[in-house]
Design a protein around this ligand. Structure first.
Ligand SMILES: Cc1cc2nc3c(=O)[nH]c(=O)nc-3n(C[C@H](O)[C@H](O)[C@H](O)COP(=O)(O)OP(=O)(O)OC[C@H]3O[C@@H](n4cnc5c(N)ncnc54)[C@H](O)[C@@H]3O)c2cc1C
Length: 445
């Protein structure tokens, strides 16, 4: 029997993961990417001899899907990750922290030892929530999605533990504001990865992306539009390439594109509830400033996070010293200053000069050496950098999952993948792709 054909739209991490997994399961896969190169929001930027990672530079040993993927793609030059020293800025001083153990949390500046005792309840609390805290099935947490991380943290563990440990833990990948983020986001990150060790991929993530894209037939510069279900099953769609436009068909399709793009390319296929669910997905914008340094500030990579302060622009700064074969030339350094989501939204349209001056001035308070240390600076902006998982988002995911289950039962063969369905970041995006592949295997296998 001929292999069933599956079209995957979008060569971001979710689409690349779905396409490869489907090919491994014996499907005939065609991957379509609108841009000329794969990677989506994970694609790094290259300037002079520096590769600037917008995402994914920092990985965690707890990112099992991601680590497994890198291993499968046989990229030994990326692993093992370079250990990252974690630090928190407190009163204009930087203190190294180990927030993976209770004794480490007790030493975080701003937290008093007795305040950490409340955290002894956390494992019991998470155990009581049982399989509702399952980062692979976020819809299961709908009934816990009733309060913000800030309210939850203050109620159970106190304001200081919330501000200095819980909020930075979630903002590292999601840029989330604890006052709006759902407590489920924290519970997922705690359950899934709080014990993980942070590290940097040793070389550019572009190698990973290119290797993944090469492992399946991929059409680059191919924009998919007008997706519709065929009356006899499967899908029909238009593909726009530079020189031509054509109609194609497949037995199933994975839409591995951000929520607004999914509506734009297949909106006519969706029920009101689906369209509404997709249109309500919100994203946090991100501004970051990469400063190429004449000399590294530290011999080892260091991630310094800044606890929330009203009006303060910086979420974190990553200091990366050069490495042979790495992203930063040997003897040089890179400082990646990441603005908070709130500041990024407020300053998104501000000129580069203003952005650069404000971010460098903020960092200058603890690292006066930053002034005059740069070879060049590059401002990076992304309007829809990371999906928001605010209170209510997990209930919305649960409703969306119910509608999807119903559509699948009725024979519709359009599936969704992307970070907005699973959680912020690479690892979650990859898992969402695997999930779509598993659903297709169940329906068509
Ligand atoms: C500035 C920034 C910083 C980040 N920091 C981190 C971090 O530190 N850690 C972390 O883990 N994550 C981080 N992330 C998030 C991470 O990059 C994303 O979660 C992940 O890359 C999302 O992958 P995706 O496949 O879901 O979506 P995307 O990467 O958006 O992929 C979607 C793809 O679909 C393509 N597409 C869209 N429409 C069509 C169409 N009609 N036809 C064909 N193709 C189409 C797009 O071109 C794109 O390539 C960051 C993101 C940004 C932007």
């Amino acid at each position: 029997m001929a292999a069933k054909q599956v079209a995957v739209v979008g060569a971001g991490i979710a689409g690349l993961g779905a396409a490869r997994r489907l090919a491994q399961l014996g499907f005939q896969v065609a991957l379509f990417e609108r841009e000329q190169s794969p990677g989506g929001r994970a694609r790094p930027v290259v300037r002079e001899d520096f590769t600037i990672e917008r995402a994914g530079a920092i990985v965690s040993s707890a990112d099992r899907a991601l680590m497994g993927w890198i291993g499968e793609l046989d990229l030994p030059e990326l692993l093992p990750p370079r250990p990252v020293v974690s630090a928190l800025a407190h009163r204009d001083r930087v203190q190294v922290v180990d927030s993976r153990s209770l004794s480490g949390i007790a030493r975080i500046p701003g937290i008093r030892i007795h305040q950490t005792l409340g955290l002894l309840r956390l494992p019991r609390l998470v155990a009581r929530y049982g399989n509702r805290i399952d980062p692979e099935r976020p819809e299961r947490a709908a009934s816990l999605d009733d309060r913000s991380l800030a309210d939850f943290g203050r109620l159970y563990f106190g304001a200081r533990v919330t501000r200095h440990w819980m909020a930075p833990l979630v903002s590292r990948t999601s840029l989330a504001d604890a006052r709006e983020a759902s407590r489920v986001l924290f519970l997922h990150q705690y359950r899934d990865g709080a014990g993980g060790r942070l590290g940097l991929l040793r070389a550019s993530s572009q190698e990973l992306i290119d290797r993944a894209a090469c492992s399946v037939p991929a059409a680059l510069g191919a924009c998919v539009a007008n997706v519709e279900s065929r009356s006899g099953g499967g899908v029909r769609f238009r593909v726009r390439e530079a020189e031509r436009e054509r109609t194609a068909e497949a037995d199933a399709m994975v839409l591995a594109v951000p929520a607004p793009e999914a509506v734009a390319l297949a909106g006519a296929e969706f029920s009101f509830a689906e369209r509404d669910g997709l249109e309500k997905v919100r994203y946090t914008p991100e501004i970051s400033l990469a400063v190429a340094l004449r000399r590294p500030f530290h011999p080892h990579p260091q991630l310094i996070q800044f606890p929330h302060r009203e009006g303060w622009p910086l979420e974190s700064v990553l200091l990366e010293p050069g490495l042979e074969g790495g992203r930063v030339p040997v003897g040089r350094g890179l400082a990646l200053l990441r603005a908070t989501g709130r500041w990024s939204a407020a300053y998104f349209e501000a000129p580069d000069e203003t952005v650069g001056k404000d971010l460098v001035a903020a960092l200058g308070g603890i690292f006066p050496r930053i002034h005059g240390a740069g070879i060049f600076a590059e401002v990076l902006r992304e309007k829809r950098a990371v999906p928001r998982f605010d209170v209510g988002r997990y209930r919305a995911i649960a409703s969306f999952a119910r509608v999807q289950a119903d559509r699948r039962r009725r024979g519709r063969r359009i599936y969704f993948a992307g970070d907005y369905l699973m959680g912020p970041g690479w690892n979650a995006a990859l898992r969402s792709g695997y999930r779509a592949a598993a659903d297709i295997a169940e329906d068509l296998g």
